[in-house]
Design a protein around this ligand. Structure first.
Ligand SMILES: *Cc1c(COP(=O)(O)O)cnc(C)c1O
Length: 473
């Protein structure tokens, strides 16, 4: 497992924000029970079967719970009346109905591409609850964002020059800020560590002359009123995340001091709360992180600054499950291998970097009931044509047999919503479920499964002659 997932929970003390073991045990049991009911109902209702061998399932109640926990965690530490916008990092689960569900739960959207902005708008997230952050915004994107009044964090001096030009053309309702890299260091996953010395994001604050440049940039531009940092995702310990926020806060204080007024009025502290992929328990919690922040950066919460957060993985990961049929069960070199329909196309990170992204796998029988039986060490493979397409290697669990189902847990963020079109494997359908606790489960289509006709169309089917017709030669 990556580190950072258990920071500060060991004592279970009330004032760390950790929940008592009793509460955690109940959470684990309730989540697993809801998931089991959903898998059984998906098989029963035909969402899963021989001709529909893979689906993504989303636990609607779980998503609502996480949204409520996030709001409550910050309400508990902020001065009354503090403006707090929780903007969901759309990249974690770029599905319109999910964005609308979160919007209904008081969560806005953090977007980083024209596609993500379009998804947020399609979900009905208003401009004033949307934040644009990408590191490579085109002039057209910036113009659109400023016209819509969407908050923009400029990534670098060149981008700030583009914003200057747009501001010279006319006023915008957009709150504007700069992204800084506090360079506090990385976590256990290099690819997700955004605050290393050489990270590609934001203005590297500890580089020579950079801090003074940022302060001057603000003093020269009274419309720069926000400051943004996102210290990393998964694998960053809470203390390091808090250090990044503290550095950003200190810079805001310095800018305001030198400006002689409260020019920076809002701090965007990014996302990145790590997720526990080892059990059904949420750890660390938003409450723990908020308390660590209050301890390390008390001034952040005294009401002088509005806050923006950008959590992604921690809002959705634990509420998604990929369920795939075991097409064949075989044995190779004495090792049982279950060949399933879930592999690199839905679990790309796990397949390519298994040490960093291990996933729990649950075994269900052909009726969708949890499988009993002695643990057998086996591999769980995907459908793609390369040897490394494995969801789990040497995993001890009840033996998966032909017609069973394998469920990859905690896949609600950065997994089945992030299709990788290897072997032209279809994007699976995604369904939200609501279980009423007495065995009745209602499903709602979030995204239909991609059809073979769509695969052909997206692969240039309309241009079949493009390379062979006379005009193309
Ligand atoms: C990816 C990203 C996030 C969300 O990170 P999570 O680890 O999913 O919480 C937030 N802000 C920015 C700028 C990001 O790039």
């Amino acid at each position: 497992m990556s580190d950072g997932t258990s920071t500060g929970v060991s004592g279970g003390l009330g004032d760390t924000g950790a929940r008592p073991e009793e509460v955690a045990r109940r959470e684990r049991a309730v989540r697993a029970a809801r998931r089991d009911e959903a898998v059984r109902a998906a098989v029963e209702q035909g969402l899963l079967g021989p001709d529909a061998p893979i689906v993504g399932l989303l636990d609607v109640a779980g998503i609502r719970e996480s949204a409520a926990e996030l709001r409550a965690a910050f309400e508990a530490v902020t001065a009354p009346g503090t403006s707090v916008l929780h903007a969901f990092a759309v990249k974690a689960t770029p599905l319109v109905p999910v964005l609308r569900l979160l919007h209904g739960e008081g969560i806005g959207a953090e977007v980083a591409s024209p596609g993500e902005l379009a998804l947020a708008r399609a979900a009905g997230v208003p401009s004033e609850r949307t934040v644009l952050d990408s590191p490579a915004k085109t002039p057209g994107e910036l113009r659109e964002a400023l016209a819509l009044g969407i908050a923009v964090n400029a990534d670098n001096p060149q981008e700030l020059e583009r914003v200057d030009a747009l501001m010279a053309e006319g006023a915008s309702a957009s709150p504007l800020g700069m992204r800084v890299n506090p360079q506090v260091g990385g976590g256990s996953i290099e690819a997700l560590s955004t605050a290393t010395a050489t990270s590609k994001f934001g203005v590297a604050l500890r580089d020579e002359g950079a801090r003074e440049w940022v302060v001057r940039a603000y003093l020269d531009r009274p419309w720069l009123t926000r400051l943004h940092a996102h210290t990393g995702s998964q694998g960053i310990p809470l203390a390091l995340m808090a250090e990044g926020v503290a550095a950003t806060y200190a810079l805001a204080e310095e800018i305001n001091e030198r400006a002689g007024r409260r020019q920076v009025d809002t701090l965007d502290i990014g996302g990145g709360l790590p997720v526990n992929f080892a059990s059904d328990e949420t750890t660390p919690t938003y409450a723990e992180y908020a308390r660590v922040l209050r301890e390390v950066v008390p001034g952040l919460f005294d009401g002088r600054y509005g806050l923006v957060t950008e959590f992604g993985r921690s809002l959705l990961a634990k509420h998604g499950t990929v369920v795939a049929r075991v097409e064949y069960a075989k044995s190779a070199g004495g090792r049982p291998v279950a060949v399933t329909h879930a592999g690199v196309q839905v679990a790309t990170r796990t397949v390519y970097t298994p040490e960093a992204w291990p996933l729990r796998i649950s075994a269900y029988d052909g009726e969708g009931s949890p499988k009993e039986g002695p643990d057998v060490v086996q591999d769980v493979a995907g459908p793609a044509c390369f040897a490394g397409d494995l969801l789990a290697v040497g995993r001890a669990m009840p033996l998966l047999e032909q017609g069973d189902y394998a469920a990859a847990l905690d896949t609600g963020a950065y997994y089945f919503a992030h299709h990788y079109a290897y072997n032209s494997l279809a994007r699976p359908g995604v369904y939200g479920f609501a279980a009423d606790g007495s065995g009745n489960v209602a499903f709602a289509t979030v995204r239909e499964a991609q059809s073979v006709a769509e695969i052909v169309a997206e692969a240039g089917g309309a241009h079949a002659d493009a390379l062979t017709s006379p005009s193309g030669s």
